[in-house]
Design a protein. Structure first.
Length: 281
């Protein structure tokens, strides 16, 4: 799939939350998503490590040119032109590329601090850029975006554990696997330690969601219906993973379009209530 393809948005869990935005901001958020998707494709596509590094370097040079108001580098210019037009800050976008750089080689995080740093890059970076699109750059909105990003990313790596293992990437910390007496190369569904391990990771993720929510008042969160809807979709996924941890070992656990649409509508309704002064969390 071409990252500039207009149908790309329908391939993401964020499709329904994106619909809550006015057209101009939705278009900007789509452009940001395509940029992140293109960077991920470089890491995930076949090819040699030097070739991938060169392509990622080209993308970064193209980004710098566009953010400086100059024509970019083929074939990335159609992808990067909207980002330059929007006027997003460079640092969050570079974070994304730094995170993808880590994915070019086999990943085997030993500690949670390594996973946390990675999450701040690949999820915190897009979160900060999203806040700029929504119109916020202050410290409290940055805290909301970063902590929400860490929540999303931990849920992602729990969901994708088996898929990532097959790709030579182990994001869940070795220190935690050892604590729960798990050998990451061989975990069976009947292993009694797997469920508490998953619960531990999901509880940790939930703590970051709570930090994000505590960063802003309900009135302030009511102005972020798309972010709240993305969080709601992932809360539903979080619940599904917690209820069915063995499913993770069979492959990726997914939400239905119905799950995503209901979660989005629920978040939209809560934001409307908060805006009206009804303190319903």
């Amino acid at each position: 799939m071409n990252p500039t393809d207009g149908s790309l948005q329908r391939k993401t869990s964020f499709y329904f939350p994106f619909l809550l935005l006015p057209k101009e901001k939705r278009t900007a958020l789509e452009a940001l998503y395509r940029f992140c998707w293109a960077a991920d494709e470089i890491a995930d596509s076949p090819g040699s490590l030097p070739a991938k590094k060169a392509e990622l370097s080209t993308l970064r040079r193209g980004l710098d040119l566009r953010l400086a108001g100059k024509p970019s580098i083929p074939p990335f210019d159609p992808l990067l032109e909207p980002l330059g037009r929007i006027g997003l800050s460079r640092e969050p976008l570079v974070r994304v590329l730094q995170g993808v750089q880590m994915d070019l080689s086999p990943v085997a995080f030993r500690t949670f601090s390594q996973l946390h740093r990675y999450a701040l890059l690949v999820a915190g970076g897009p979160g900060l850029s999203s806040m700029e699109i929504f119109g916020f750059k202050d410290a409290r909105h940055r805290s909301y975006a970063e902590n929400l990003g860490v929540f999303l990313q931990i849920v992602n790596v729990v969901r994708d554990f088996k898929e990532d293992q097959a790709a030579g990437r182990r994001y869940l910390p070795l220190e935690d696997l050892k604590r729960f007496h798990l050998d990451p190369s061989h975990i069976e569904e009947r292993n009694s330690h797997w469920k508490p391990f998953v619960e531990f990771q999901l509880d940790r993720a939930w703590g970051f969601l709570e930090k994000a929510r505590a960063s802003l008042t309900l009135q302030e969160r009511s102005a972020l219906p798309t972010a709240e809807a993305i969080a709601a979709v992932y809360v539903k996924l979080h619940q599904k993973l917690r209820n069915h941890p063995s499913w993770i070992l069979r492959g990726r656990v997914a939400l239905t379009p119905w799950d995503k649409s209901l979660s989005t509508l629920g978040a939209w309704g809560r934001c409307r209530l908060w805006r009206a002064g009804v303190p319903r969390a």
